[in-house]
Design a protein around this ligand. Structure first.
Ligand SMILES: [Fe+2]
Length: 146
């Protein structure tokens, strides 16, 4: 597996852990910890999305010669996740446990399905099609948002 794909898969797992941290803090009704965990989750997701949208997807689109394929679907799903995060942030600020838990449940399901598609379909396609995949994140610090 290329270093670039390894990094992105690790970012996916880090986001999963960050969601679990938020859920655990909310269950414990520790709102300060929940706010801190939520900030970590937002940073982790944004870093992963930015890396994919600004590095991987353009390289794939250039290799394939089109941008309306799987990467368009993945970008759309990223926007859906951003929308769920916005909702969750509002429920968090209102300390509404049941609404926040429901929003996080939806987020977990959407993200799981999204990451499975990337890891099982898009990333292997990138491995096959993108030349110089290993070097794609070479100048980015780990988890960088650029
Ligand atoms: Fe993604």
């Amino acid at each position: 597996m290329s270093r670039t794909i390894e990094t992105l898969v690790r970012q996916h797992r880090d986001c999963d852990s960050a969601i679990e941290q938020v859920e655990a803090s909310v269950r414990a009704k520790d709102w300060n910890a929940a706010a801190a965990a939520f900030a970590c989750l937002e940073a982790a997701l944004q870093g992963n999305f930015n890396t994919e949208e600004q590095r991987l997807f353009p390289a794939f689109e250039q290799a394939m010669g089109f941008s309306n394929g799987p990467t368009a679907v993945m970008r759309h799903e990223h926007d859906e996740v951003r929308g769920l995060l916005d909702n969750a942030r509002e429920w968090l600020e209102l300390q509404d446990i049941s609404a926040l838990a429901a929003e996080l449940d939806t987020l977990v399901v959407l993200l799981q399905q999204h990451n499975v598609k990337e890891e099982n379909v898009l990333f292997p396609m990138c491995q096959a099609q993108v030349r110089g995949l290993d070097a794609l994140l070479a100048d980015a610090s780990p988890g960088a948002a650029t």
